[in-house]
Design a protein around this ligand. Structure first.
Ligand SMILES: Nc1ncnc2c1ncn2[C@@H]1O[C@H](COP(=O)(O)OP(=O)(O)OP(=O)(O)O)[C@@H](O)[C@H]1O
Length: 233
């Protein structure tokens, strides 16, 4: 199977602090992979490096065989943990902004997602609740016809009902052949959607495996294993 993403020995230091230490992994096309780790384990830093928003201190990332840059940004859709939209925008402006910027923006899919998310075109972004804002950010990210989606904490900080809505949207609007890397520390709510999981701890990958393997061979849920691995964090 083709590797969409290859991460080779990536290290990131913020002054003397290591956020990532020698991180290496590959992602195949057509899978949803959970990037799981407790607060401060390096998830956002890794996402930003893959998205091309920050440089690694050392190591290399390749996306569909090419280096991170203008070409990779055209095929990677990134939902950051902090909203990209401006407060003066309404929902329609935010969609227009995204479609002006990215030629792969699918207006039909965006309209379907808005309806599913119960977002209205005229709603002001600054007046949206946190959960509604996350729905908007996910709509913006998933409405692109990208090869790789990077979703950084798409369910962080919202209540369980809102989480379920966002997860249902992910399942509903996921295209079978696309690849998603989704970071979270809220494992129990979301583990049903993962094919594979990567556990990151203190900037190092401690496990990268198929969910089925954990469930069948180890007889555990991902949440149980997560609690074991991060017990002392
Ligand atoms: N711009 C920065 N300058 C200095 N240190 C940083 C910076 N960004 C992140 N760090 C540090 O790097 C480490 C990893 O942070 P990162 O945000 O990648 O973790 P995370 O797993 O996404 O955390 P969370 O789940 O809390 O969002 C943390 O110790 C953090 O304090």
């Amino acid at each position: 199977m083709e590797n969409i993403l290859e991460v080779h020995n990536v290290t990131k230091k913020y002054r003397s602090k290591h956020a990532l230490r020698g991180v290496s992994f590959n992602l195949n096309a057509g899978k949803i992979t959970g990037l799981l780790g407790s607060n401060g384990s390096g998830k956002s830093t890794l996402m930003k490096i893959i998205a091309g928003l920050t440089q690694p201190t050392s190591g290399r990332v390749s996306i569909i065989g090419g280096a991170v840059g203008i070409d990779s940004k055209a095929v990677v859709s990134f939902m950051p943990d902090k909203p990209l939209t401006e407060s003066w925008m309404n929902v329609k402006d935010a969609l227009k902004f995204q479609s002006d910027f990215y030629p792969d923006f699918d207006q039909t899919k965006a309209s379907r997602m808005l309806e599913f998310m119960k977002l209205r075109a005229q709603d002001k972004v600054k007046d949206l609740s946190k959960g509604m804002n996350e729905r908007l950010q996910l709509t913006l990210a998933l409405s692109r016809r990208a090869s790789l989606y990077l979703l950084d904490e798409p369910i962080g900080g919202v209540d369980p009902v809102a989480r379920t809505k966002i997860l249902n949207a992910l399942v509903e609007f996921y295209e079978e052949d696309s690849t998603i890397l989704l970071s979270t520390h809220l494992v129990s709510d979301i583990e049903r959607i993962f094919d594979d999981v990567i556990f990151i701890k203190e900037g190092e990958i401690v496990m990268h495996t198929a969910v089925e393997d954990i469930r069948l061979r180890q007889g555990k849920s991902i949440d149980e294993l997560f609690r074991e691995v991060y017990a002392e964090c």
